[in-house]
Structures are given as structure tokens and as C-alpha cells.
Design a protein around this ligand. Structure first.
Ligand code: NAI
Length: 462
């Protein structure tokens, strides 16, 4: 069978399915190819959504276990891991079914199987070949391991296996103190595992504001996680009892032996291009295996485009979504642009970590003069009433123009709070714009306002 489309999108994660919806909205005859049984890609099936379900559930468990009593609620929670996993699976199912519904609603054909580009304008799925004016690659990314360490998804797991454990491990070693390591490390620590995070760098959360990194590590340590920073894992071998690891100082030195019931490998992800036939059609990759595109997301082969984790930029679902929308609009003859400096990043630990724009280190490096405003959650009435006073909001504004250049939040609901600053930055607003905007009382958003006031040394509640 051969069918002709305006657009074929390969991969149904947030980049691919959102792009397909926008293409269909703009009147293009669209198909989406997916090899997994369910739509939604890594994010909905084995990434953002199931991890957030387990983070929410384990957060409640931990609160009931340790914080309810201080609020006058006496209870002894009992973990039923099987049911917690069922809850998580239900959340995933609702989301993936939701995408299926959206595909039908927008009359997007769902082509089931692995998509291979056999020539410009031609995609083979199973034994069928389909034609399209534009092919969009949105195949995302896959986990990476360390040399010589095999992920078996039972004892040495990636994020995928860490979302499926059938019992709480007595001990867990997490390799990599980045986003995945901390989020899933927190889940299993809250549920009772003895978690050790081994991070190659001096501090966890590379790329984030240094003060946030330091303070976050302190808080997670207080919550019970052990950190071994400036350390590298040189071997990990799974045996019948658990996993034996060898760890060395990153700068070299005496090795140390560790063992754990479960090891979580979280040292990053790589673009997923396997089986796409890119070498045959001549699509160029960069030195890190990412598909090279121009500013309009077109590869070196006319009519073949790529978005999301498979190209350069942060591996984030919302970055992929924005690229998908813009590409659809460009294909429809409209214009579009994405400001990569304004893509927020969020780590869904508790407290959460969120950032947008530049860090102090980046501003110093580029020689930009800036003012800093910082305000702690401890001084906010709502945070106190919630019993969640850890962390702070930091706003960085240009010393000459007061334009907001960056914001870094460690605290309750940081992932929601950052959005105000993102919007202000989109409109090229200033710290004073935030400071003079009325913020409801009592809310956590007042901490953002106070940090903006602090840029001009006039915070009110400190
Ligand atoms: P990551 O890049 O965030 O962190 C990897 C960490 O491993 C880094 O801190 C790195 O220094 C460390 N590392 C590297 N080699 C090491 C070694 N040999 N020994 C010890 N530590 C080592 O990668 P992660 O956490 O695997 O996440 C992958 C991608 O998925 C990221 O791009 C992340 O942004 C994305 N993601 C985003 C989420 C969110 O937005 N909340 C949630 C989960 C993933």
C-alpha cells in the first residue's frame, strides 16, 4: 500500500505528536509513525509522566511519615508498592490514551511500526512505503551507560527499570547526580532505600546556579541521601546478591569498593537515530551523533527535518514541543522563532529546582554587569503555613537596564513559580516590572516579587 501525505512525523513523543497536531490544524494531511504499542514516547511512557506519578505518591508518603505529626495529624502510613505502581501505570495509560484521542480528533493517521526513511519523501513502515512532501524526525533519545557497565534493567537499571522495581531496594547506588539521578533517587529514598549518589563533578546538578546546587545538595543530604561527589565509577558488576562497584576519586587515587542491591545509571542520554536509514539518505550528524539542522529545523537533505532530543539543545519535552509547533508553522508558510535562552528547566525533587536564562557564572564569563535579588521561602507566610520553608528565589537583572537576565529557584512549587519570570523575560521585562506587579497574598509567588524587590535592595519582609 502507498499513501501520500503532506507530512509524516516519525516518533510520537511530545515533539512529534504536538508537531503532528499543529500540522493537522494548519490543514496538512498528516501521519505519525510509532514503533511502541502506545503513543507519547519516552516522556509519557517511561519518562516525565510515570516519574512524576511516583514523585507525587512518594512525596505524600514521606509527608505522612515525617511531617504530618508536626501539623497535628497522627497516622502511620503503610506502603503498598504494588498499588503505587498501579497508580503510576494508570496515569501513564490516561495520558497515552489522551494522545491517541488527539490523533483521531485531528484526523492524523497513526502508522504502527518502525519508520525507515528509504529516500527523500519516502518512509517505510513494515512492508508499506508512504510518501510525504516533508518528513519530520522526532525520535528522541535513549539512555547511555558507562564503558563496560551493562544495563540489565533488573539490578543495573536505567530510568526505565527504576520506574518498575517490584520492591524497595535496601540500598541503591545512583551513578550521576543530574536530573534523573536526583528525581528517581529521591523516590526510592523516600520509600525507604538507602540511596548513595555518585557524581563525577564537584557538585550535583551541572549547569545550574552554584548556590542552588550547593543548597539543594545540603537539603537532599538532610533528607537522607548520601553523596559522593568528585568521584567516578570504574566498574559495576551484577551478581546473585546485588551489584559490586568500584569507585575512584575523579582526579585519580585509591579505589573504593561499594555494593548495592540496585544501581541506577543516570549519566545522560544520547540521540536516538537507529534504524532510521539516515546514512542511506545522507542525513548528516554532528560530532555527538545529533542530527544537524539549520535554524528552520531542516537537515542537509531537502524535505527532511528534525526536532527535539535528536537535535542540539536541552533534552526537554517542552523544548521539543515548541520546536514541533514552530516547524509546523514554518511548513505552512508562517514564520517562527524559538529563544533557547528562555527554556525553563525544572527538577521535580522536593523542594523543586527551577531555572531560566543565565546563571551568575555565565554572566561573569560574558562580562555582563548584573544585580542580584534573593529572597528566602523562610520569610514567606504561605511557605511557613505549608511547612515548606527550604530554599530561595534568586533573580539576576542587568545592572544598566534592569532587564531580567535569569532566575534560579529552589523551593516549593519552583517549577510553577519560574513561569512568571519566563513570561516577563519573553516580554523583555525588568526586575521592577515584577516588583511593581501585584502578587496575591498569601502565596508563594510573593517570594518571586520580594526577590525582584531585593534586586533594588528594597525587599519588604526581611
Ligand atoms: P544529566 O546530564 O542531567 O546528568 C548526568 C550526570 O551524570 C551529570 O551530573 C554528570 O556530571 C554525571 N556523570 C557523568 N558521567 C559520570 C560518571 N562516570 N560517574 C559519575 N557521574 C557521572 O543526565 P540525566 O540525569 O541522565 O538526564 C538525561 C536527560 O534527560 C537530561 O538532558 C535531562 O535534562 C533530561 N531529563 C529531564 C527531566 C526534567 O526536565 N525534569 C527529567 C529527567 C530527564
Amino acid at each position: 500500500m502507498s499513501k501520500k501525505y503532506d507530512v509524516i512525523v516519525i516518533g510520537s513523543g511530545p515533539g512529534g505528536y504536538v508537531c503532528a497536531i499543529r500540522c493537522a490544524q494548519l490543514g496538512m494531511k498528516t501521519a505519525i509513525v510509532e514503533k511502541r504499542e502506545t503513543l507519547g514516547g519516552t516522556c509519557l511512557n517511561i519518562g516525565c509522566i510515570p516519574s512524576k506519578a511516583l514523585l507525587s505518591a512518594s512525596e505524600k508518603y514521606e509527608e505522612a511519615e515525617h511531617h504530618f505529626e508536626g501539623m497535628g495529624i497522627e497516622t502511620k502510613p503503610k506502603l503498598n508498592l504494588k498499588n503505587m505502581m498501579k497508580f503510576k501505570d494508570g496515569v501513564v495509560e490516561a495520558n497515552t490514551k489522551g494522545v491517541e484521542f488527539l490523533m483521531k480528533k485531528n484526523k492524523i493517521d497513526h502508522l504502527k511500526g518502525t519508520g525507515e526513511i528509504v529516500a527523500a519523501g519516502k518512509v517505510k513502515v513494515g512492508s508499506d512505503t508512504y510518501e510525504a512532501d516533508s518528513i519530520i524526525i522526532a525520535t528522541g533519545s535513549d539512555v547511555i551507560s558507562l564503558p563496560g557497565i551493562e544495563i540489565d534493567e533488573t539490578k543495573i537499571v536505567s530510568s526505565t527499570g527504576a520506574l518498575e522495581l517490584d520492591k524497595v531496594p535496601g540500598s541503591m547506588v545512583v551513578i550521576g547526580g543530574g536530573v534523573i539521578g536526583l528525581e528517581l533517587g529521591c523516590v526510592w529514598s523516600r520509600l525507604g532505600a538507602d540511596v548513595t549518589v555518585i557524581e563525577y563533578l564537584d557538585q550535583i546538578l551541572p549547569g545550574m546556579d552554584d548556590e542552588v546546587r550547593k543548597e539543594a545538595q545540603k537539603i537532599f543530604k538532610r533528607q537522607g541521601i548520601t553523596f559522593k561527589t568528585a568521584s567516578k565509577v570504574t566498574s559495576a558488576k551484577a551478581g546473585s546478591k546485588g551489584v559490586d562497584l568500584t569507585v575512584e576519586p575523579a582526579a585519580g587515587g585509591a579505589e573504593e569498593k561499594l555494593s548495592a542491591d540496585i544501581v541506577l545509571m543516570a549519566v545522560g542520554r544520547k540521540p536516538y537515530t537507529e534504524g532510521l536509514g539516515l546514512d542511506k539518505v545522507g542525513v548528516a550528524l554532528d560530532e555527538r551523533g545529533r542530527i544537524k539542522t539549520d535554524q528552520f529545523f531542516e537537515t542537509n537533505v531537502e524535505g527532511i527535518y528534525a526536532i527535539g532530543d535528536v537535535i542540539a539543545g536541552p533534552m526537554l519535552a517542552h523544548k521539543a514541543e515548541d520546536e514541533g509547533v514552530i516547524l509546523a508553522e514554518l511548513l505552512a508558510g508562517e514564520s517562527g522563532h524559538i529563544d533557547y535562552n528562555l527554556i525553563p528547566g525544572v527538577v521535580y525533587t522536593w523542594p523543586e529546582v527551577a531555572n531560566v536564562g543565565k546563571t551568575e557564572a555565565q554572566l561573569k564569563e560574558e562580562g555582563t554587569e548584573y544585580n542580584t535579588g534573593k529572597f528566602p521561602f523562610m520569610a514567606n507566610g504561605r511557605a511557613r503555613a505549608m511547612g515548606m520553608t527550604d530554599g530561595f528565589v534568586k533573580i539576576l537583572a542587568c545592572a544598566k537596564t534592569d532587564r531580567v537576565l535569569g532566575a534560579h529557584i529552589l523551593g516549593p512549587n519552583a517549577g510553577d513559580l519560574i513561569q512568571e519570570v519566563v513570561s516577563v523575560m519573553e516580554f523583555e521585562g525588568t526586575a521592577e516590572d515584577i516588583a511593581r506587579t501585584c502578587h496575591a497574598h498569601p502565596t508563594l509567588t510573593e517570594v518571586v516579587k520580594e526577590a525582584a524587590l531585593a534586586v533594588h535592595k528594597r525587599a519588604l519582609h526581611i
